[in-house]
Design a protein around this ligand. Structure first.
Ligand code: GCU
Length: 383
């Protein structure tokens, strides 16, 4: 794809060649078609799971000098082959006069890395990839607060928002054999063997985000109509796929989600389909790997994932030195999705861009500076 070519496939043309010209046509025809194509070719189909998720409050503390309440909620997921607990860490402002919007996202290395408070339970060793060096030492919980910069709770709370997070390894450990030790292992017909359009870890993480949304919707103090998905990198890919499928998310933030996230697969820059499916074969459906080196044959590309979220809010963020994620590709995707948001444009003040975007200096990470943009965008757009 040359840099100034329009991004293919065309957002407003259906597979049968017909053109979409209204918001109603988009929602009735093109969006369902795209969701089916992303399931078939990229992430795999999300099955209807016969798993029950029950929330139980484990403990509640007043934190941040009285400005927030922190709740640890156990989300117990039960299936025919057993049960699994996803620990949800939720912060809400104490001074709010009404229910608040809440950001929810998975974290990389355990809830105890988000907040140094020793009362937070550490993640267990078996939730990490085997042999992979975890970011923290789970046995001693030595990494307490080591990734706190990714979750600037005080800033989020002081802006009138809530924040909720859970460890992705609670849902399913991030490695090719992780499925057996996660949510999929609870299913009666679980098999480690996958083929074609069977879902992968990103699909399972996205599924879990929807379960967390349901749990949050029932929590006192949370506004169920303003639950906002957020994710960095691989977890940003999962957040986008969750928000594309689940219209209950009012907004999604993709922070440097890169290949398989906001970056176009067709652009020969940064991580390629070959790179990602060789190193992380478990993330996608097996079929995605068949498009390594022939990305032009994919019937979708990632700008269409952003478009599938319209007219709900989307924010894409990149970092200049994060070349692996292709910052320019992420920006072009956001631009290419804009015509779809424009179909719904009457709902937006003139001149306001459809999708939020920023490029910050620096490397691959999610920083308080990024959160400042997200909080401002969400406050402006959610009303
Ligand atoms: C690797 C991977 C990326 C991913 C990133 C992350 O770099 O290649 O696709 O986004 O890890 O999750 O941090």
């Amino acid at each position: 794809m040359a840099p100034d070519e329009p991004m293919a496939p065309a957002a407003l043309r259906c597979l049968d060649g017909s053109t979409i010209s209204t918001a109603e046509e988009w929602l009735a025809r093109r969006r369902p078609e795209l969701l089916e194509l992303f399931a078939e070719y990229v992430y795999g189909h999300t099955p209807d799971l016969s798993l029950e998720a029950v929330a139980r409050t484990h403990r509640e503390d007043i934190v941040l000098g009285g400005r927030a309440v922190r709740r640890e909620v156990d989300v117990v997921i039960t299936g025919p082959a057993g049960e699994r607990t996803v620990q949800l860490l939720l912060y809400l402002p104490t001074g709010a006069k009404c229910a608040v919007p809440v950001f929810v996202g998975l974290n990389f290395s355990g809830n105890h890395t988000v907040d140094p408070d020793p009362r937070i339970r550490p993640a267990r060793a078996e939730q990490y990839p085997p042999g992979g060096q975890p970011t923290v030492d789970p046995a001693t919980a030595g990494g307490r607060g080591s990734l706190a910069h990714r979750w600037p709770i005080d800033m989020i709370i002081d802006s009138g928002f809530g924040a909720a997070t859970a460890f992705c390894g609670d849902v399913e450990p991030d490695h090719p054999e992780g499925a057996a030790h996660g949510v999929r292992g609870l299913l009666a017909d679980f098999s480690q063997h996958r083929s074609g359009s069977d879902w992968g870890t990103l699909g399972v993480w996205a599924w879990a985000l929807s379960r967390l949304l349901e749990v949050l919707s029932d929590q006192p103090g949370v506004d169920p109509d303003r639950i906002l998905a957020v994710g960095h990198s691989r977890l940003g890919k999962a957040a986008l796929w969750a928000a594309a499928q689940d219209e209950r998310f009012a907004l999604v933030v993709s922070n440097e989600s890169g290949c398989g996230g906001a970056s176009p697969s067709r652009r020969p820059f940064g991580e390629s389909v070959h790179d990602i499916t060789s190193r992380f074969p478990h993330w996608f459906c097996p079929r995605f790997a068949e498009f390594a080196g022939r990305e032009d044959d994919l019937p979708v590309d990632q700008h269409l994932l952003l478009a599938a979220i319209a007219p709900r809010l989307v924010y894409v963020a990149s970092a200049r030195e994060d070349l692996w994620s292709d910052p320019e590709g992420e920006r072009l995707s956001a631009l290419a999705a804009a015509p779809v948001f424009d179909l719904f444009g009457a709902d937006r003040p003139a001149g306001e861009p459809a999708i939020g975007y920023h490029l910050r200096e620096g490397e691959h990470d999610i920083l308080p500076e990024d959160w400042q943009h997200y909080l401002r965008f969400a406050a402006d757009r959610l009303g």
